[in-house]
Design a protein around this ligand. Sequence first.
Ligand SMILES: [Zn+2]
Length: 192
Amino acid sequence: MDLAEMTANMSLQNVNGKLQKKREDYIDWREYFMAMAFLAAKRSKDPSSQVGACVVNKENKIVGIGYNGMPLGCDDEVFPWGKNTPSPLDSKYLYVCHAEMNAILNKNAADVKDCSIYVGLFPCNECAKIIIQSGIKEVIYLSDKHAHKPETVASKRMFDAVGVKYWQFTPKNEKIEINFSDIDWNNMSPRK
Ligand SMILES: [Zn+2]
């Protein structure tokens, strides 16, 4: 028996010696990465917009995650979360760091060249610049609800000019639930 056969045999045997196939209801990579972006968005303190982003390299390894929030050290309780205030200084826009910026700056790799970024919402023009400058080559987004805004039009103009691909993701599952009691630890095969 060669090594490949042995490995195949090992993966087909469970503890009782019965043949066992892999699970079929696992989520695929794209759903997994988009779900990671959405999970990160749950950390956002912004009452009107929660956006998450997940940067992934060519080996399907996550190299950065972020969500929209105030800069490090700028107190969430002190800086404003409102919008359309008489003075722009009292609205969030001048202060908040977008998810894409945070995901890229949070990278745990030397760089994010040739990576993909998964985002809940199509990137604004400021994030588009950061995406381009960082070497990211692909943007996968869920919503394009600001498509008509100049910020989004500018983003697409820049992406098109430099060849950053972008496409809308349609999830297979409308919902991916994380339930801490989902996994039945007692019925799991013992670790060897
Ligand atoms: Zn942005």
